[in-house]
Design a protein around this ligand. Structure first.
Ligand code: FAD
Length: 452
């Protein structure tokens, strides 16, 4: 049976979901071999391209992922776009099981007039820009305005606000790209409004993001609505209300007085239209519809427009209303409404031998530990199916078959030891300026450095 042979398993995506799934499979099956396919040249998904540069401790999970990748039963194949360079049916043919862990690479559109104006960006692209995601390296946001508006009140919104308002010298020793640092040094942005449809009791960020670095001066809470707060939100709400209403201590008051930059939360507002400048060439403000809450408590509460509007002048609009997964391959079921692969406990519906984990399984919410738990569960289910004889029996060629296919198509994967060379290069480029690394941004340059 497959159990006695070597199960060949492949994982698509090398973010937390891909790596935690691989780790669990290798740990709980003594012979399983796991290949990880990744579209970028470099591994680690949003740990590299999402997590904010001033939260380096979050990136320590990379050490665990590196241990996994170095196992002789694990291989990393970067620079392979599944769905384009190789199809999911081809992978299913070559492996006993395939796990889709390809995250959520798109963002929800605002779907309001003016969204296309210069000066309007998705927070996803903005984050990709300061974190060195190759596709966003040309973003060059114009930060010559005084006020920025962030639409959405989740963790990502707060990350973006923090990066906009942190004095650039505090970011100099992080892995933020030198190009982003250059633009931030020239930034004129003094005020950042973080706008949400609902009230303070429904905000989506976790305490950590609002921690000491997040407590910007001048935070403001309007339209408080108190009621019964569901348990998980209790601490967050207390913290939010405290930071918003507490009288600052002497030191804090001095700090606030000297701080020239401020952020504030605007509740009960939903974006209606991006307002153009007089020449129509760029954003000059945003029209917000005032909302009120319809019955329901905590997260079940819906915001409905009251009919009033408010115009906020600003020169930069960042929309942070959510990430979104894309369908990967016509053969894989996809729920466009929920933006996930329909699955039961990680088993893709109606496709035996196909599994999913991480954001593409649950939707784009939750921190790395949530993704870890969820990925371990998918691996557990897969191993159960393997044991129960529900995966194809007989040997499978695994990577040998895919390697031949890829080279016939002119695709040259990048291995984990290739990544370790790029990693060493990044670390050495950062050394001169005291940064943990200076990220390589250009895939062509990376390939050249690898002698391709
Ligand atoms: P991802 O990390 O997105 O990994 C998916 C991988 O699949 C990517 O490497 C992608 O390139 C690859 N891929 C996509 N399509 C294909 C394809 N067709 N073929 C091959 N490969 C493909 N969590 C925390 O705990 N702390 C934080 O501070 C924190 N900060 C965050 C900041 C931001 C801006 C964001 C967006 C998220 C943050 N998170 C944080 C959440 C955390 O990043 C996620 O929980 C986690 O990354 C989800 O893991 P994933 O593997 O499902 O997706």
């Amino acid at each position: 049976s497959t159990q006695e042979q070597t199960p060949q398993i492949c994982v698509v995506g090398s973010g937390p979901a891909g790596f935690y799934t691989a780790q669990h499979l290798l740990k709980h099956h003594p012979r399983a071999c796991v290949d990880i396919f990744e579209k970028q040249l470099v591994p680690f998904g949003l740990v590299r391209f999402g997590v904010a540069p001033d939260h380096p401790e979050v990136k320590n999970v990379i050490n665990t992922f590196t241990q996994t990748a170095r196992s002789d039963r694990c291989a990393f194949h970067g620079n392979v776009v599944v769905g384009r360079d190789v199809t999911v049916p081809e992978l299913r043919e070559a492996y006993h099981a395939v796990v889709l862990s390809y995250g959520a690479e798109d963002n929800q559109a605002l779907e309001i007039p003016g969204e296309e104006l210069p000066g309007v960006f998705s927070a996803r692209a903005f984050v990709g820009w300061y974190n060195g995601l190759p596709e966003n390296r040309e973003l060059a946001p114009d930060l010559s305005c005084d006020t920025a508006v962030i639409l959405g009140q989740g963790n990502v919104a707060l990350d973006v606000a923090r990066i906009l308002l942190t004095p650039p010298e505090h970011l100099e020793k992080t892995d933020i790209t030198e190009a982003a640092l250059g633009v931030l040094r020239q930034s004129q942005v003094k005020t950042v409004w973080i706008v949400g449809r609902r009230g303070p009791l429904q905000v989506a960020f976790t305490i950590k993001v609002l921690g000491p670095e997040g407590e910007g001066p001048g935070s403001q809470v309007d339209g408080l609505l108190l009621g019964e707060v569901p348990r998980p939100r209790k601490r967050l709400t207390e913290l939010l209300l405290r930071t918003a209403t507490e009288k600052p201590g002497v030191e804090e008051a001095a700090r606030q007085a000297s701080a020239s930059r401020a952020w504030g939360l605007r509740f009960f507002r939903s974006p209606k239209q991006v307002l153009p400048s007089a020449d129509g060439r760029q954003v000059a403000g945003i029209r917000l519809a005032v909302t009120r809450l319809e019955q329901g408590v905590g997260e079940a509460t819906r915001a409905v427009p009251t009919g009033d509007v408010e115009d906020l002048p600003c020169g930069l609009v960042l929309s942070s209303i959510g990430y979104k997964s894309r369908p990967i391959d016509p053969s894989v079921p996809f729920d466009p409404k929920l933006g996930i692969i329909p699955n039961v406990d990680g088993r893709v519906m109606n496709v035996p031998g196909l599994y999913c984990s991480g954001w593409v399984k649950r939707g784009p919410t939750g921190v790395i530990t949530t993704t870890m738990t969820d990925s371990f569960l998918t691996s557990q289910i897969l191993l159960q199916d393997l044991k129960a004889g529900q995966l194809p029996s007989g040997p499978r060629p695994g990577y040998a078959a895919i390697k031949a296919l890829l080279s016939s198509r002119g695709v040259w994967p990048v291995s984990f030891s290739d990544w370790e060379k790029l990693d060493a290069e990044e670390v050495s480029r950062g050394q001169g300026t005291g940064k943990p690394r200076e990220k390589l941004l250009d895939p062509q340059e990376m390939l050249r450095l690898l002698g391709r």
